[in-house]
Ligand binder design. Sequence first.
Ligand code: CP
Ligand code: NVA
Length: 306
Amino acid sequence: MATRHFLTLLDLSPDELRYLIQRAISIKNGLKTHGPTYTPFANRTLAMIFEKSSTRTRVSFETAMAQFGGHALFLSPRDTQLGRGEPIADTARVLAEMVDAVMIRTFSHEGLEAYAAASKVPVINALTDDYHPCQLLADVMTWTELRGSVKGRTAVWIGDGNNMCHSWINAARQFDFQLRICCPEGYEPRQDILAAAGDRVSILRDPLQAVAEADLVTTDVWASMGQEEEQARREANFAGFQVSETMLDRAKDDVLFLHCLPAHRGEEISTTLLDDPRAVVWQEAGNRLHAQKALIEFLLLGRVEG
Ligand code: CP
Ligand code: NVA
């Protein structure tokens, strides 16, 4: 089987992505019923390169490999030769001689692509400045678990046109739902990513208008990792874009609220929003484990029945 990478949601076909979501739900049910008894990857290893901080991504990938019977290696540039200038492609060739797959969280998406181009084993994007596709697997899984097929539904992104927003745009393309993006002027998503989604995605400026009759509302921090020095300016520019309970009241009665987390209460969300029953962010975070298990399994074994 040719090596498959997962750098964006566009690396898998819509059919493969739908399979992955159903497989993730099935893996989750199996874990609940039987405990971690499904161990298809005994003694197999996943290298995890983290150039940015993480809680959920590290814990979910590491737990996934442990429950699968394998092992994950946490690699920080602070204590590997990557941090001392060893070329990315050399690292990719070396790791591929030893591990079964590699997961990378880094800044430059082009750097990730360069790594993948030199890797004989599957490479998974665990967040770049431009995309966060693993999070979208968990998000669409959560939405599907709670509301059934997402096809033809309407999601609303409130806030920065960032890496998460770009992955929501790709999700709208691949899973065939409508996405309204509501951001302040100057914080739009990348034009090429937006244009490729055609009329599935629209840009709005008024949050209350954007959430009207929505099936799902989601947001993210106003300053992402690497933008810490812009925090104060962004807080000013995003005033009025805080998602609150009263904003959700404008959406459908059964609206869901998602947030990839970590959240900044009092900034992009009201201080109490995560306590509202419409917010399903803990289930969403937990689904990182199951969705990434389905992803690892797919990249290493292809489709698995059952
Ligand atoms: N949502 C997410 O990727 O969380 P971490 O940064 O904690 O991994
Ligand atoms: N947009 C955020 C997502 C964190 C999971 C960031 O890149 O920091």
